[in-house]
Ligand binder design. Structure first.
Ligand code: AMP
Length: 629
């Protein structure tokens, strides 16, 4: 047995041999000529010269050998439907949608924006784009018109695929009015909008622009659309994520590197096998949805369970009933969801036969020990915390239990684990940029060049931003910053201690405080605002706003509600602050920089630390008084 440390070391020191071996997991039309081109750091190009296709690897190759096996299982407790698509059926649906896209002039390199609820057509749409080399950009359905408009402008899609509505807790959530408003707001106008009409909400059809999916599906049924073989470094998709500026970044991914990285992770990390069922409770609007609802499980030849609904409806046993019914072997969720379930009767977990389940993976936010222990005891299977980001596309820190001939690293509560193969992780001193050599020192979690396959290639349309944002923040070193604080204990386990930037994490959703600030500032009553993330028992963090009014006499509950509604309308309810406090002054440095960190510390009842640069101490005193600290 080799140690995991040795295995990891080999993935770094013998990088090309390691990944050349992994590349055999997928089908290539033409084999790569070079494993990794590092000639233009910090960029990296994986499997140069190889041609492949994500849809072929996710669908066609399984449809060829196991056409009748389940591929996509769709369960909606919102509309009371369950549909199982075999690989052959999935292939047919994807080809039909690919034909629809091609008939609208969508081809290789064109962007297709997908703004959809958790319905099978969303999966068909992503795979159809991948099939014909179009670049998909999925926007989370919970985002509203202003968020959507900024993404439309950045991605400049030729076509948008959407639906009349989603449903949440039995309540219809119309999508089309938000989309129409976003298109009005955006400078870029898509040529066409393909509408899936679920019959949930009537909508206005814009003639000449809006297309009806059902009619076109009938017209193109049975279409044969060959996959377009793409050089490994062509773009598969972009996915927007929040950063420190108000403008979201389009995380851009390749084709071949992503396919190989996912295939390897499905085996080594998740231990998923063809013919089994994988259940991720995420949403296709997030990176977990891309990697582990759609591409990862399908590439591995598993059936993927796509769920539309709440974890507690019709009752808190719904997920476990699905595990039993579809014999789920691997499940992926987020700590927040577990904290929600924890409030319900634990007997609900025992009601179902969960013997198929081998492990539950949790990611997206820190897994607190009580939550981890509760679910571990309730399920009786390993709970695997895993840490990663939209940018990395697959886990960076976790424990991989399925590497043949390699010793298993035991899990440790509070830590997601150790660096995964391929990631040359370093903890660096924030001030000096030097590696931290002693255990238990807090530093910035960074990755040395090159990032392994599957990680972002660049920021869509902005190489300069990619370099400036991710590779230039540590003094004297060109390393990738995760913008997370980390600490390594004496046994090599890494602990995540929060973000180094102004990004917050609400119920596993990553939000930029600047985006929320920009939205609140656009309300006519607001002169200035600061938004910080404050610790919350259920959601991990919530956004709290401190706003200065143009007319202080307007302060009150009514205005607070109005500001929240304003954010709902612009960004979506996910970004709504939990409270909006009205203050007369915000804490700033003498040079006018907002001291968000001090504000956050005070809001959490902590010591705000060094305040020598604070211009007017009364700003913090006011917040303390307001919150009764
Ligand atoms: P996202 O890009 O939305 O996936 O958010 C990524 C961020 O979520 C990371 O940079 C971390 O701050 C946080 N995060 C994700 N997974 C974990 C985890 N297992 N433990 C602690 N923080 C996590």
């Amino acid at each position: 047995m080799n140690t995991y440390a040795d295995f990891h070391r080999r993935s770094i020191t013998d990088r090309d041999a390691f990944w050349a071996e992994q590349a055999r997991r997928i089908d290539w039309q033409t084999l790569p000529e070079q494993v990794c081109d590092t000639s233009r750091p910090p960029f990296a190009r994986w499997f140069v010269g190889g041609t492949t296709n994500l849809c072929h690897n996710a669908v066609d190759r399984h449809a060829a050998t196991r056409p009748d096996d389940a591929a996509l299982i769709w369960v909606s407790t919102e509309v009371g439907r369950e549909v199982v698509y075999s690989f052959a059926q999935l292939q047919a649906e994807v080809q039909t949608l690919a034909a629809i896209l091609q008939a609208q002039g969508v081809g290789e390199g064109d962007r297709v924006l997908i703004y959809m609820p958790m319905i099978p057509e969303a999966a068909f749409a992503m795979l159809a784009c991948a099939r014909i080399g179009a670049i998909h950009s999925v926007v989370f359905g919970g985002f509203a018109s202003v968020s959507l408009a900024s993404r439309i402008d950045d991605a400049a899609p030729k076509l948008i695929i959407s639906a009349d509505a989603g449903s949440r807790g039995g309540k219809v959530v119309p999508y089309k009015p938000l989309l129409d408003e976003a298109i009005t707001l955006a400078a870029h106008k898509p040529h066409k909008v393909l509408m899936v009409d679920r019959g949930l909400a009537a909508f206005t059809v814009v003639s000449g622009r809006d297309l009806d999916y059902a009619a076109l599906r009938a017209q193109h049924a049975g279409a044969q659309v060959p996959v377009v073989w793409l050089e490994s470094n062509r773009i598969s998709y972009t996915l927007y994520t929040s950063g420190t500026t108000g403008k979201p970044k389009g995380v851009q991914r390749d084709v071949g590197g992503y396919a190989v990285a996912l295939a390897t992770s499905m085996d080594y990390i998740f231990g998923g096998k063809p013919g089994e069922t994988y259940f991720s409770t995420s949403d296709i609007g997030w990176v977990v949805g891309h990697s582990y609802i759609i591409y990862g499980p399908l590439i591995a030849g598993m059936a993927t369970l796509m769920y539309e609904g709440l974890p507690v409806s019709p009752d808190a046993a719904i997920w476990w009933s699905l595990v039993e019914k579809y014999k789920v072997t691997v499940m992926f969720s987020a700590p927040t969801a577990v904290r929600v379930l924890k409030k319900h009767d634990p007997a609900l977990l025992k009601r179902h036969d969960l013997s198929s389940l081998r492990a539950l993976f949790l990611a997206g936010e820190p897994l607190d020990e009580p939550t981890g222990r509760w679910i571990a005891e309730a399920l009786g299977v390993p709970i695997i915390d895993n840490y990663w980001q939209t940018e990395t596309g697959w886990p960076l820190l976790t424990v991989a239990h399925h590497i043949p001939g390699v010793e298993t690293v035991p899990t440790r509560f509070g830590s997601p684990g150790v660096p995964m193969y391929g990631y040359d992780v370093q903890l660096l001193d924030e001030q000096t940029g030097q590696p931290l050599t002693e255990p238990n020192q807090k530093g910035v979690l960074t990755i040395a060049h090159p990032l392994p396959p599957g990680c972002l290639q660049t920021v869509w349309g902005d190489d300069d931003r990619f370099v400036r944002t991710y590779w230039s923040s540590v003094p004297g070193q060109q390393v990738y910053s995760t913008f997370d604080w980390g600490l390594r204990d004496a046994d090599g386990y890494t602990f995540i201690l929060g973000r180094t930037d102004d990004v917050i994490n609400v119920a596993g959703h990553r939000l930029g405080t600047r985006e929320i600030e920009e939205s609140i500032s656009s309300h006519p009553a607001i002169a200035e605002v600061a938004v910080v993330g404050v610790a919350d028992q259920l959601k991990g963090q919530v956004a709290i706003a401190f706003a200065v009014l143009r007319d202080p006499a307007q302060a009150g509950m009514a205005l607070e509600g109005e500001v929240m509604k304003h954010v709902d309308g612009q960004l979506g309810a996910v970004a709504r602050p939990a409270r909006v406090h009205f203050v007369s002054l915000l804490p700033k440095t003498r040079s006018g920089k907002l001291l968000r960190r001090a504000l956050q510390a005070v809001a959490e009842g902590r010591d705000p630390g060094d305040l020598t640069t604070l211009d007017d101490p009364s700003a913090l005193a006011q917040v303390k008084e307001l919150l009764g600290r």
